[in-house]
Structures are given as structure tokens and as C-alpha cells.
Design a protein around this ligand. Structure first.
Ligand code: GLN
Length: 195
């Protein structure tokens, strides 16, 4: 399995290390041409959503990427990646790829003006380690979005078809279960589509 990791800005190296540890190949997506390489899934890392959004537009990658995602490319967005995928960002005038039916709140999660660590249940995986760094949270979701984790009453992980988002950074831990969950998502969608 080969994944692309968007490597314009932010914490992309940590995702690559995690994927290597799980036995998946990955390559960095830095320019439009990289999007033409065959890939089974994509990770959009944490960092600054405004910077990543601007670079995607400036480098002519915005529309080709949006089209791929709308055509079913599996995508895992962490933190800023969650903001890039959200159809609406409550406290920001602009949204970015706007493909997932969630309303995100930017830099708005209680204690997270700094960062904090906690452990909480995620889907059927049991408790997993979660590090939040100036994290967003998901204020509301529309039909079709499955809530995978909440912390202190706020939604911090969700899935909609080919899209997985977490407000926290699973790539900063040695626990690879959330990335494994994404790889399983990809395998299942391949099986369902008959490839
Ligand atoms: N606060 C960042 C943003 O708006 C997200 C932080 C992160 O990715 N760790 O984009």
C-alpha cells in the first residue's frame, strides 16, 4: 500500500515514520506533479491550516486535490488537516477543501491555547493517547458522519465515507492504532470497489 503525505508545511515527517513502522510505503506530496503519482490514500498533517490552504492554492494543487478526494481518495486529516477538510469553519471566514460535513472551530478548544495530553476511547479501539496542540474541535456534524471520539463533551475524531479526521496528533505517539484504522479503511474501500 502506498500513501501520499502532504508535505507543504507542518508535521508530515512524523506521519511518514508512523507509516513506515506499520509497513506502508509513503511519498511526499510537495507539488502538483506529485498528485499524479498513484496513491492509495493521503494524509494531511497538522500545522497551520491557513498556510497549507494558501500553498495549495498558490501551487495549483487545490482543485486537483479536491477532485481526487471527491472521487473517493481516502484521506486522513490531523488537526490543521481536519480544518482543511471541513465544509465550515465557525470562527474563520474562509474554508478550504470543504469536502466533509463537519463544522470545525479553530483554535477554540478549551485548554488547548497551549497543548495538552489525555487518553480517551476511539471507535472500538479502546483508550488511545491524544496530544492536542492549538487544536480545533468539531462543533457539529451532519448526517453520514460517524463520531469516533469525544473529549470533555467535544467531538475530536470523526469519519465520513473516505474521510477520517482527528483534532489531535496520533503521529506524535508510538501507538499506531489510529493510523492502522486508516489503513484498514483503505483496504476495506479497495475491497468494496473490487480493486
Ligand atoms: N491551530 C492550527 C490551525 O489553525 C492547527 C494546529 C495544529 O495543526 N496542531 O490551523
Amino acid at each position: 500500500m502506498t500513501l501520499g503525505v502532504l508535505a507543504l508545511q507542518g508535521a508530515f515527517l512524523e506521519h511518514e515514520k508512523m507509516l513506515t513502522g506499520l509497513g506502508a510505503d509513503s511519498f511526499e506530496i510537495r507539488q502538483k506533479g506529485d498528485l499524479a503519482r498513484p496513491l492509495d490514500g493521503l494524509i494531511i498533517p497538522g500545522g497551520e491550516s491557513t498556510v497549507q490552504g494558501k500553498l495549495l492554492r498558490d501551487l495549483g494543487m487545490f482543485l486537483p486535490l479536491k477532485e481526487k478526494i471527491e472521487a473517493g481518495l481516502p484521506v486522513f486529516g490531523t488537526c490543521a488537516g481536519l480544518l482543511l477538510l471541513a465544509k465550515k469553519i465557525e470562527n474563520d471566514d474562509r474554508c478550504h477543501l470543504a469536502v466533509m460535513d463537519i463544522v470545525a472551530h479553530r483554535n477554540a478548544y478549551g485548554r488547548q491555547l497551549g497543548s495538552f495530553y489525555t487518553e480517551a476511547p476511539f471507535a472500538d479501539l479502546g483508550k488511545i493517547p491524544m496530544t492536542f496542540i492549538r487544536a480545533p474541535y468539531i462543533g457539529s456534524v451532519r448526517e453520514g458522519v460517524e463520531i469516533l471520539a469525544s473529549v470533555e463533551g467535544k467531538i475530536v475524531a470523526a469519519r465520513q465515507k473516505n474521510l477520517l479526521v482527528t483534532a489531535f496528533h496520533p503521529e506524535l505517539h508510538t501507538d499506531g492504532r489510529v493510523h492502522r484504522y486508516f489503513l484498514d479503511m483503505i483496504e476495506n474501500s479497495k475491497r468494496e470497489s473490487g480493486f
